[in-house]
Design a protein around this ligand. Sequence first.
Ligand SMILES: [Zn+2]
Length: 472
Amino acid sequence: MSIITPREYQIHGTNQLVRYISKGYKRLVFQMPTGSGKTVTFAYFLQRYFAAYPDQQAKVIVHRDRLKVQSEKTFRNFDIKNVGVFMVETFVNRLKTGMFKNTQLIIIDECHWGSMRKIFEYFPDAIIIGFTATPIAATKKHPLKADYEQIVVCTDIRELIALHEIDPTQGLVPAKHYCPPSQINKKDIKRSGGDYNMRSMSNELCRTKLVDGVLKAYVDIGEHQKTIVFNSLVDHSLKVNDCFVAAGYNSRHLDGTMSKIEQDEIFQWFSETPDAILQTVDMATTGFDEPSIINVIPNRLTLSLPLWLQMAGRGARPYPGKAHFNLIDPVGNVEQHGRWDHKHDWYSLFHYPAKAGKGVAPMKVCPNPKCGCMIYMSSTKCEYCGHLFPRDTVYTDMVVELQLVPDNLIIPRNSPITLEKTIMSIAETVKSKPIDLFEKRNVMEYAVRKLHQQSGLNISSNMAVHLASRHI
Ligand SMILES: [Zn+2]
């Protein structure tokens, strides 16, 4: 007997999954954001699967003990029997014994980590479904597309925020993004293994000015509210913690080298203390979930979109009285990856993984001193405080935004002089080099439209695209 009713998007996503399976697909990625009800979706899918194939056996492989317990409980509620839930290590160890031979369906959680890649050869005929919030493989060399045939995109962060507006106990809480000015020197941070080198990053972030900057951001934006800070390495985290403690704030450090008892005690303190500040390193990015968090401060850089979304989303769980959470970005991750609630085109990113990481929507700061949130550059009105932007700002912003369009286009020197002049004046307005603007197709389109407007002609976007392309 099922006692949990799946949400509409969960039903919709599952329908799509079932459709692909009935078409013969065997390797599928199922994308759903953190906080959209993974275990219920597992259960709902399994229930339907076993209704069609009552004699088959399924396995669910998870990376966290908490999710294992939660999944098993949910499966009991749904009265789902032919399924075993395993931690990755246990499953891999038992694989060799051959005890899983009779398995027709396997669900892998956090499939983008790629830690379960070896099971594909063990189960050539089984249906394998990989769940993830961020269908981008940890290594560019081995995209998810190499193991999986198709992707189901179940829902996105914005849909979950909309759900929260209807039912405050459900969905995700929206974020106010803040990017306080920072003196970080990214250029000097070394890179290794596809991301920033942690030692090198930590050395930079330990600079007193930057540590003080984090404290200042906290005080300015979310003082006395429950805060989690993700630092780079333990020494960095301890240094930031010392800074907060010295300023009289209720801050503690936590890392994975501490004993389980010590960690549990800190988690409990964090959960029960309204003004608690938790300074931590990597571990907590996946390890726990505290819905009362108001401030999230990812105080480390990353080139990984999955990691950014995982850190940022820590404040999004619904909690009584929480209308939003503050996403405070003192190091420039928003600039790198865009807003946490940005709508990513996971379908394309799965099928064309080389595109991953491109096309971040540019942002600006709301000039209202009481607000100061990060909003999209193209916004004419602040979505948080209602601040209106004067028209000529919009004009400038629009061009700045256009500069970030893919720039693999070259403009020949013999472009008409009038268009050149237009570009020159745009360049002057936005304080950019004209040569840079000439290489942006959308800036060209904009210039074409501007030209036509000046001569009293209104042209459609399509026509502007067409005309611009003739000059590129
Ligand atoms: Zn505002």
